[in-house]
Design a protein around this ligand. Structure first.
Ligand code: ATP
Length: 603
């Protein structure tokens, strides 16, 4: 099956591999069977949960007694890698032929079983979702401990409200606020939420009207929703807690939620609030009307972006990754499907359930006092992002924004000197401020989990060697390649062949379309199979930003650049159409709530 055909099987989805290297992983068969019970949550189910009477009945039963609410027929939601594939491929070295080396394989397997690295400094921890995370017990970077997720599905950051006056509909609600997210403070949706919350005391599922199903992911379904009567629209991810528990995905859901809560960046999602009902866990996020970059690429001539457009998208993704790495978050799932297009045409990186959190220690490698050369190279100025030095501030982050966002490496002395000079225009300040070069790469982090999407998996993940932040630079290279050439570089006839190609085949470029030398050179630097020699390994984003491909990119003002594609305005005020009975997401069997749904076709 061709790349395109395979992707089109389920729009917006490439096959995703989620596996781990435990001694007793699920067999491929069990895996596929269990995963076939995917996390689709239907609108009907959500409407049921919105009914107070039903909620009371539900609460008397144990959450875990219930099976998955529905079966999603999306076969691509099933992990496509079986343990046999992995064991074969882990025996390969980059330079080796594809012959299997049995002794090497078994030694690799043994090393997984004892969960040790060659320096013996890793301790294994089997998480409740079955993934093995390795904690580095020495060194500057280590993975954070993952707290067990209680069976109730509530985390410590999510406290039940005893004073709920809405029939106890939200067993738990936690919120972010504009004050904890200064970059998003001007967003009117905060005010809409605040008004409802102060009126009703709590915000829950019944405050939202589901309008359209936007998609179904591995751990839940996403709905376009309106906060009732406010004309404020959100993307609400609804996860069935019973299904999460039975499929051992509670930890993934928790990771995603905690990461979302910590973010405040123009190219990353805003999580407005989170609440739980007896049955569901719901994340209320910013809605992106422009769809994803995979879909947008299909609409381009030749199904690939122009170099200018690709540069714009990858530059914004790079800034998002830079910010994540500063927070100690390795994203691990970059692909066009996960890059959404906002209303204004700028991007939003989505989907954090496969991300890994670890400690990071930002290091200043260049003084904040630049020579004249540095001032000329304004496009190399490092944008000091809101670095939470300790990623333990993964909790609602930066509660004291002023301390988190200040350019903390400027000395007051240099500031007072500057103040005596005539004040340059603000844009100029942005461009030539003597910003220090800062590295916040969680390079030393090590995870042995097998996560990602086949065509995007880094060789070190496939080989099970343990991986750190350099996997994001590999996927960044694949991502740029796909945007420019309309396909990924190592795609094989099947998933197994793809994995072999990633590990063993050299990088090749198609003859057409014609792509600049600098673009190919950047891809070559990123797609180095040995992570230690990969671009970005030593100095993170700084190294990548300085590549000639990005010459002329004004990193500080990229938000003001004109995006290549602005989505058509979404008409959200159209009168409701009767929903199709065949539409699984439609409330066909919900006469009471039928007028609660509109059907839109706007992508
Ligand atoms: N904020 C958003 N705005 C618009 N559409 C969204 C938004 N978030 C998600 N979607 C859509 O919903 C779909 C499902 O999203 P979700 O993040 O649950 O799954 P996914 O991206 O397939 O990832 P995974 O399977 O890894 O959980 C996406 O493919 C996307 O098209």
């Amino acid at each position: 099956m061709s790349v395109e055909a395979e992707k089109h099987n389920v729009p917006g989805h490439q096959a995703k591999a989620v596996d781990d290297h435990t001694a007793d992983p699920m067999t491929a068969k069990e895996d596929k069977k269990a995963m076939a019970e995917a996390m689709e949550v239907t609108a009907k189910e959500i409407m049921e949960e919105q009914k107070p009477s039903h909620r009371r009945q539900e609460s008397s039963a144990s959450m875990l007694d219930k099976g998955p609410s529905s079966v999603c027929s999306d076969e691509l939601l099933t992990p496509q890698v079986d343990s046999g594939e992995l064991k074969d491929i882990q025996g390969l070295d980059c330079n080796h032929s594809q012959e299997k080396n049995t002794s090497q394989k078994s030694s690799i397997r043994e090393s997984f079983a004892s969960a040790k690295a060659s320096d013996g400094s890793f301790a294994s921890a089997k998480a409740s979702d079955g993934t093995v995370s390795l904690r580095k017990t020495s060194g500057s970077a280590k993975n954070s401990d993952r707290a067990d997720f209680p069976e109730s599905g509530k985390s410590s950051i999510c406290r039940p409200s005893a004073s709920s006056n809405i029939s106890g509909e939200s067993s738990c609600s936690s919120m972010s606020s504009s004050t904890t997210k200064p970059h998003k403070g001007s967003d009117a949706r905060w005010e809409a939420i605040r008004v409802i919350r102060s009126r009703d005391g709590i915000l829950g599922l019944s405050h939202f009207r589901l309008l359209k199903k936007l998609g179904c992911g591995d751990i839940g379904s996403v709905y376009l929703s309106e906060l009732n009567g406010t004309k404020s629209y959100f993307a609400m991810k609804v996860m069935d807690k019973g299904s999460l528990a039975s499929r051992k995905k509670l930890l993934r859901a928790q990771t995603e939620r905690e990461i979302l809560q910590s973010l405040d960046h123009p190219f990353l999602p805003t999580l407005y609030t989170h609440f739980e009902t007896d049955k569901f866990s719901c994340l209320v996020m910013e809605f992106c009307p422009g769809g994803d970059l995979h879909t947008l690429r299909q609409r381009q001539p030749g199904k690939h972006f122009s170099e200018q457009a690709a540069k714009f998208y990858v530059a914004e993704v790079l800034l998002a990754l830079e910010y994540l790495h500063m927070l100690g978050i390795i994203y691990r799932d970059l692909k066009p499907e996960n890059v959404l297009v906002r209303e204004d045409g700028h991007i939003m990186l989505s989907d954090f359930d496969l991300s890994l959190r670890c400690d990071v220690s930002p290091t200043v490698v260049k003084s904040a006092n630049p020579g004249p050369d540095a001032l000329q190279r304004n496009n190399q100025a490092y944008c000091v992002q809101p670095a939470c030095i300790k990623p333990s501030c993964i909790q609602p982050a930066c509660v004291a924004p002023t301390t988190c966002f200040g350019p903390r490496f400027f000395s007051s002395k240099s500031k007072s000197k500057k103040e005596k000079k005539p004040k340059p225009k603000p844009e100029i300040v942005n461009q030539v401020s003597p910003l220090p070069e800062l590295i916040a790469e969680p390079t030393d982090a090590r995870s042995m989990s097998f996560v990602g999407t086949h065509e995007y998996l880094a060789p070190e993940i496939i080989k099970g060697e343990g991986h750190g932040s350099a996997v994001d630079w590999w996927t960044f290279g694949i991502f740029l390649y796909e945007l420019l050439f309309g396909k990924t570089p190592f795609k094989g006839s099947g998933n197994r062949a793809t994995l072999f190609n990633v590990v063993g085949q050299p990088l090749r470029f198609p003859e057409s379309p014609i792509v600049s030398f600098s673009a190919r050179d950047l891809i070559r630097g990123l797609l180095v199979k040995d992570p230690q020699h990969r671009l970005g390994y030593k100095r993170g984003t700084t190294e990548i930003k300085q590549h000639p491909f990005f010459e002329g990119v004004n990193w500080a003002l990229i938000r003001c650049a004109s995006p290549p594609d602005i989505p058509k305005p979404v008409e959200l005020d159209r009168p409701p159409k009767p929903a199709a009975a065949s539409d699984k997401a439609a409330p066909a069997a919900n006469p009471k709530g039928a007028d609660n749904f509109l059907e839109f076709e706007f992508f």
